[in-house]
Write a protein that binds this ligand. Structure first.
Ligand code: OAD
Length: 252
């Protein structure tokens, strides 16, 4: 792995190598986490501003928390929805959309539920943890997209059933097929980019591990060290909105 140490700018050689690998790659996977949206103003989960009413994501994003107090859980999601309602994709999201446009086989697997990759133009994408703008009825199972502010919490379906955010909670399975697609693509990839994720939450964190075992060149982009940093081929310490445009190229 690279000798770049936490908090320092990545070495020009490392940037050059990542850029070259991407330029030659025919199969690329990008796995993203909350950090890629940080520069759009979306708080990360485990960063300093990640707490909400002194509660951690793991205490709110669970079926148990929702069963116990749907209002509390909805208030958290609604506060995130309102905060995210006006945010825009940043240079990191745009760089991944440009990369997709030129690589023959590309898959973006995101853990983010904010929808910013879609807004940036990414299409070959799986949302491993669902999407914050979709609501699902616990009664009839209907799913609908709704980007408006929700006035009455917790929201109800036309069938009067309780609506929940269509996201994956701790203890729940990931959307059918999405995880498998990510693993299959990662195992076949020449290059895997792992961007803005703490690499702590499984099964998503196992995707780059599988890629390394299969011989892919794995590049991490993160200002901090993570459990993946030692094992990957290059750990580029820096913010994704700066690093991704450098290694992808094209207009920033
Ligand atoms: P975390 O909040 O755990 O980690 C965010 C990562 O982004 C950290 O490693 C930061 O160092 C890094 N980071 C911060 N600013 C960055 C920047 N400008 N550029 C690049 N990286 C930056 O978020 P996730 O790894 O996405 O799941 O968390 C994984 C899952 O845990 C989430 O999808 C969510 C959460 O609880 C569920 O809700 C099910």
């Amino acid at each position: 792995m690279s000798s770049t140490s936490p908090g320092t700018a990545p070495l020009p050689d490392d940037i050059r190598e990542a850029r070259l690998r991407l330029a030659r790659a025919r199969r690329v996977v990008a796995l993203t986490g909350a950090g890629i949206s940080a520069e759009s103003g979306v708080p990360t989960f485990r960063g300093a501003d990640g707490l909400w009413r002194n509660l951690r994501a793991e205490e709110l994003a669970t079926p148990r928390a929702f069963a116990r107090d749907p209002l509390l859980v909805w208030e958290w999601y609604e506060s995130r929805r309102r905060r995210m309602g006006s945010v825009q994709p940043n240079a990191g999201h745009h760089a991944l959309a440009r990369l997709e446009a030129r690589v023959p086989e590309f898959l973006l697997a995101t853990q983010n539920v904010d929808g910013l990759h879609g807004l940036a133009g990414s299409k070959r994408m799986v949302e491993l943890h669902g999407n914050l703008w979709r609501l699902r009825c616990l009664g009839c199972g209907a799913v609908r997209e709704d980007r408006r502010a929700l006035e009455d919490l917790p929201p109800r379906c036309t069938c009067s059933g309780l609506l929940r955010p269509d996201v994956v909670w701790f203890g729940e399975d990931l959307p059918a097929g999405a995880l498998e697609q990510a693993f299959t693509a990662a195992r076949a990839a020449d290059v895997v980019l792992v961007v803005g994720t703490s690499s702590l939450v499984y099964p998503a964190a196992a995707v780059p591990e599988a890629a390394i075992s299969a011989g892919a060149f794995v590049v991490e982009v993160n200002p901090e060290r993570t459990p993946l940093s030692e094992a990957c081929a290059l750990a580029l310490r820096g913010r994704s909105a700066e690093i991704l445009p450098q290694i992808v190229g094209g207009a920033a």
